[in-house]
Ligand binder design. Sequence first.
Ligand code: SF4
Length: 268
Amino acid sequence: MFCIQCEQSNKGGCSVKIGSCGKTDDVADLQDVLLRVMLGVSTFAHRAAQKGARDAEVDAFVPNAWFTTLTNVNFDEGRFLDLIADALEIRARAANLAEAAGADLSNLPQPAVWEPGVTREDLLASAPKAGIQKLLDRDGPTVNGLRALILYGLKGCAAYAEHARVLGSEADAVSAAFHEIAAFLATDPTDVDSLVGQSLKVGEVNLKVMELLDAGNTGRFGHPEVTHVRMTPKAGKCLLVSGHDLGDLARQSRRRQLVILKALPRAA
Ligand code: SF4
């Protein structure tokens, strides 16, 4: 494990068996592999988009896959093994899309053609080729830091894009911009000016994603209003739901209502 993703680490990064957040080294390595494959997915999706082709299934998979690698989102090793297998299939799907659209498929970067293996052992053995440690040693902290800025910025965009998508709010332009920046990152770029320029583009995309999320939430639940709430504690269990999970709560409430309705005795 070599992870410099967040401020929970008190040593400027985690490189031990278990990170400060509780992420194991195996999960961290599998996340690196997943993200490397995802850069390949966006490489093909971007080239297809340049020919006017897109695939809704590819676009929907991308934010979800990236989102899982954010701090504290998912530590389930089995889930990452599944996600990597799915990502390899999605990458093949995006490659077919690009080919069918007549896109230029020359000079593909390593994430577009990399085969990390299939089994858990294969994937963990491949992880050092996907981690940022190797490129840090090669390119130094400035270039690597700028690449990390883009990588982590895209993760943030993906998180909000996934929340918006769950609420039914998506935009082709946002997916296209995400793919373009991720395709740039797939080339392991070293030019500082280009890296700064793409970092600023991440900020632009994120603003659009926040608009999507706002439209998704207010379109479904209305605009927030000032209201009175009880401030005194009450004994018993509770659920804490953040604003991003209102859609999940609404869905679960409907399911729960259905379960209750089914459990009720039929009227005579
Ligand atoms: S995400 Fe976890 S492993 Fe990575 S730097 Fe933060 S605390 Fe450490």
